[in-house]
Design a binder for this molecule. Sequence first.
Ligand code: ATP
Length: 892
Amino acid sequence: MMFHEMKEKDVEKVLNSNIDQGLSDSEVEKKRKQFGWNELQEGEKQSALMLFISQFKDFMVLVLLAATLISGLLGEYIDAIAIIMIVLINGCLGFFQERKAEKSLNALRELSAPQVVVLRNGEWSKIPSKEVVVGDILKFSSGDRIGADVRLVHTANLEIEESALTGESVPAVKTIDPITEKNASLGDLTNMAFMGTMVTRGNGVGIVTGIGMNTAMGKIADMIQNAETMMTPLQRRLEQLGKILITVALLLTLLVVIAGVVHGHDLYTMFLAGVSLAVAAIPEGLPAIVTVALSLGVQRMIRNNAIVRKLPAVETLGCASVICSDKTGTMTQNKMTVTHLWSGGNTWTVSGTGYHPKGNFYKDKEEIVPHKEKSLYQLLTFGLLCNHAEIQMKDDEFIIDGDPTEGALLVSAMKAGMTRESILKQFTIEKEFPFDSTRKMMSVVVKDKNGKRFVITKGAPDVLIGLSESVLWDGKMQSLSLELQRGIQSSIENLASKALRTIAVAFKPLQEYTNIMHESEAEKGLTFVGVQGMIDPPRPEVKQAIKECHEAGIKTVMITGDHAITAKAIAKQLGILKGKSKVIEGSALNEMSVDELENVVEEVSVFARVSPEHKLKIVKAFQNHGHIVAMTGDGVNDAPAIKSADIGIAMGITGTDVAKEASSLILLDDNFATIKAAIKEGRNIYENIRKFVRYLLASNVGEILVMLFAMLMSLPLPLVPIQILWVNLVTDGLPAMALGLDKPEDDVMKRKPRHPKEGIFARKLGWKVVSRGFLIGLVTLLAFLTIYRKNPDQLEYAQTVAFATLVLTQLIHVFDCRSEKSVFNRNPFGNMYLVWAVISSILLMLIVIYVPSLQQIFHTLPIIPKDWLLIVGLSSVPTFLLAGSLFVRKKE
Ligand code: ATP
């Protein structure tokens, strides 16, 4: 018999499970040994050896190795071995860089791995879905992704979207009844839920019947292998650029070789020099350094509580020009405390802070006894009945398990001496219509001790007024006249203008009740009871973050389901709503087309009383204005907007799996300030990539030009091949990496967002590469010429001086690359990685020049102190000449 054909109890027995207690740890261990982990097998991975070998696949490296082999055969052993060593070290460096990149990408994947809620040893807890075993009891609700195949044992309005398995995009309604039909297809198995499918409504509990490859999803795992590319637009652009650079480098090298041969050098020497130059000039390490810079940046973001799920988002972050952010929990603390209550024309206040369930009630500043005031007592009772939250003590602090809004209602009732246990002695809850942010309310059907049934509804006051026919006024039912309606509304607005979030309760006696009653039937013809107003203080760091975003040319927009007046009050406190900026409500959005919204959207700073469905319209309107939009969300209905935003952001704490999977960034702390920090990091990563592209290319231009100039001037080779390769390895390696770790410039959040189509050479970078590269080549040649002209017999000495000049020029120039403006703009010790990289490169250079055994290999001679003056003087020219002239111009 299949699991779907059995009764729940039989499934429990067959799988040795326990629906009430779950499995024990020892049972889990045993089952894991038997069935393994709950994982889908991944596609084939590249082995470490293959990755290492792939470092030498480059055409020019192969030519170099072939040339070296020939020179080895011709007796140039030392040169050959040295070159091979350098190529090997270079390969190792590339290998480690790529491994590091791969590892950090894997770590990222682990971090965003799905979790499930499981019952074990009698307690519910959240665990990575990988740890689930057959027989586990899982619980899931709207927005969750199912972690394994399960046989359902409890459902409440459960609907699951199974299109990945069945192709059916309409969510399937689930029940627990056994299915007797023979040969039922997956789509017919209404009492099963399958790994990887999404809960779109309601909640449920089930026993795990299959894990890993042994699930319906496992059977088609090959088809759903994650094919998503992790390359960022910049990486793609650099790859294209790389191809152009290779061609240019090869052409120039060819020119060097031809010029050399024409001017009398022998072909073999020129060939080896040319190949070495080509290897050095081709920025083959660029893609790996970019990946490392990106992934290190991503790790820094994790430390700041932002997880990047899709690497391209790192770049897009730097272009963001609008952040559309939820209010509750993201801009505010989501720690709600009821401070005001209103019912039937009376207003009460209640003291106390946070979730501590102690406080007094006051009317007109006079303390009162709550259960003596009938309408107040009713308001509190209903707020407590229509409620899931629980209060707990943790580290001497009261915390809420559940929705903070409901927590506040629980606490206000407890302050009046009520508890859920006591209330549940008077009422039993028979049915629930769960909260959703489109309806903006939830209801329960309760039965009192006399067998009378009531619907109790709580939700947004304006919605509840619309559904009410009468109102409880001083304990008496009155018809809800237009006048009364206005009176209630103005009381609610009065609370909202104090930045209070308002929740109303209403009820209805039920004459008839059937289990299949629909929510639209229950939630109408209600009697309005009253409103509780709760504070939700802004997060202290958000105001500053919004200010910084503003200075960085980024507009912050608040999107909230809350009342417009509450939203307005908080937006004002946070500095979002200023001057001419507007508030638009969801009801107005319904009337507008995207085009109409587009006309006004630039002026809107707050969208209030919106439903998640409105978010998509808002994203589109901003995008049509050319904005790069970051949009936050947490629920299932937020997913389309998160997906179509340029940067979709999901909440780590309150976010559902659906929202997280649609997102490119997850905020671990749900905090707005984290978005700002991520944008700053995104801008910095991009700038750092520009910095080392600039450094590497200028260095390469310099290396090619010094050789080209010399050949055109009929001079001997200013650098021998091994020296060129050494420069490529040492000066281009460490300092470039260190530039990738640079801190942002002070004004990084004072600049306008970067245009997404901006090329890598924009903002004069191309000019800087060419001009600095030209000067690097020129001063190296000058150093060579000065020494060589003085003493033409000592070619090796002149080459050593040229070598030292080239290295030092690049090592000074690297500091210039740290700033968009000028080398004088930054403290040279601001990036200690760079300082150490430069110091070690200098030491390595001195070793190559002064250690006798290495002199032989690198064709160097010890440089006399006097010539160091020349070297240092010339080396400073490219950086200080250009930077200095800029400096002077700026001063003027
Ligand atoms: P944001 O979008 O900024 O997070 P929000 O949390 O207020 O705002 P929703 O959760 O969609 O947005 O809530 C919309 C409205 O629904 C709230 O203003 C409140 O009046 C009502 N509401 C919120 N939570 C509940 C709940 N648990 N039960 C009943 N009504 C609720």
